[in-house]
Design a protein. Structure first.
Length: 295
C-alpha cells in the first residue's frame, strides 16, 4: 500500500508539473504573438500602396515598393538618406569610443587601487542620480561655443562628443562583472611576466566578453535611437538624425497624409542595423560561453 500511495503521489506531482509547463508555454506563446503583431503590422504597412494613415483593414490591400524608393530618393522635403548615414556614423564612432572608455574605467576601478578610487565612484554614483535632461541646454551652448552645431562634419563631431563624453561614468555594471573575475588570474599572469596591458587584453577581456557584447549593443543603440538630446543639439532639419526624421514624418496633417507609409518603411530601415548587430554580437556571446581563457 505504501508503494502504491507513493506512486499515486508521484503521478499527481508529475501531472501538476506538466500542467504548469503547459500553462507557461501557452502564456509565452500568446505574449510572443502580441509582441510580434506591431512588428508585423509596421512591416506590412511599409509596402502599403496608400500613403496615408487611414485604410479599410488591418492589412493593406495593395502593395508597392514605392515607399522605400521615395524614402531614399525624394529629398525635396526630407533627406532621410542623409539622416540615416549621419546617424550611422555617429552611432558607430560613439560605440567604439564609449566601449573603450567603459572598459578602461571599469578595469582601473576593479583591478587597480589608488587613493581617489572610492571617492571617484561615490561622486559618479551621486551624479548619476540626476536626470540627464538637466544638462541638455548647457550641452547645446557648449557645443555652439565650440562651433560644433553647424551643418556637416561639425554637427557629427558634436553628437559624437556628446554621446561619448559621459560614457565612462556608466562603468558600474562592467566593473561589477570584472570584480567577479578572480584576482588569482592576474597574479598568475604577473608571475609569468605579463604586463597590465597583457592581463587586460589576454585575460580580462576574454572572460568579460559577455559584458563587452552588452556594452557594444547599448553604446550603439543610445545614439541610434536617441530623440531628446538629438532634438536639442540639431536645431534644423538639415542636421536631423533618423529618430528626428521619423518624428518629422508624422508631424501635422500635411506630413501625415503623404509620409505615413514612408514612416513605416523608415522604421523598418532603422531596425535593420539593430538586427544585424544583435546577430553578430550573439555569435560572440555564444563563443564566449564555451570558454574564455586560453593560453
Amino acid at each position: 500500500m505504501r508503494k502504491s500511495t507513493s506512486g499515486v503521489g508521484a503521478t499527481h506531482s508529475y501531472s501538476r508539473r506538466r500542467l504548469g509547463d503547459a500553462a507557461t508555454y501557452v502564456f509565452l506563446t500568446v505574449a510572443g504573438i502580441i509582441w510580434l503583431i506591431p512588428i508585423f503590422w509596421i512591416f506590412m504597412e511599409s509596402f502599403n500602396a496608400f500613403p496615408g494613415p487611414y485604410s479599410d483593414g488591418f492589412i493593406p490591400s495593395h502593395y508597392t515598393l514605392r515607399n522605400y524608393v521615395q524614402l531614399w530618393t525624394d529629398n525635396s522635403q526630407l533627406a532621410f538618406g542623409q539622416m540615416y548615414v549621419r546617424t550611422f556614423v555617429v552611432a558607430v564612432f560613439t560605440c567604439l569610443i564609449s566601449t573603450a572608455f567603459v572598459l578602461a574605467v571599469s578595469y582601473s576601478l576593479s583591478r587597480l587601487r589608488f587613493s581617489f578610487r572610492t571617492k571617484f565612484m561615490n561622486i559618479v554614483l551621486v551624479l548619476g542620480m540626476f536626470p540627464g535632461i538637466m544638462v541638455v541646454a548647457a550641452l547645446y551652448y557648449i557645443l555652439k561655443t565650440m562651433g560644433l552645431t553647424a551643418s556637416g562634419l561639425p554637427i557629427i563631431i558634436g553628437l559624437i562628443v556628446v554621446y561619448s563624453a559621459g560614457s565612462g561614468a556608466g562603468f558600474f555594471v562592467m566593473k561589477g562583472y570584472m570584480d567577479t573575475i578572480p584576482m588569482s588570474l592576474d597574479e598568475a599572469a604577473t608571475l609569468d611576466g605579463c604586463t597590465k596591458w597583457q592581463i587586460f587584453t589576454k585575460i580580462i577581456l576574454p572572460v568579460a566578453r559577455p559584458m563587452v557584447v552588452y556594452q557594444v549593443i547599448t553604446s550603439f543603440l543610445s545614439p541610434w535611437l536617441d530623440f531628446v538630446l538629438a532634438k536639442a543639439v540639431t536645431r534644423t532639419q538639415n542636421n536631423f538624425t533618423v529618430a528626428l526624421g521619423l518624428w518629422q514624418m508624422i508631424q501635422g496633417q500635411g506630413w501625415l497624409t503623404q509620409w505615413y507609409a514612408r514612416f513605416a518603411a523608415g522604421a523598418v530601415c532603422v531596425s535593420v542595423p539593430i538586427a544585424i548587430l544583435f546577430m553578430i554580437m550573439q555569435r560572440f556571446y555564444t563563443e564566449s560561453m564555451s570558454g574564455s581563457v586560453k593560453g
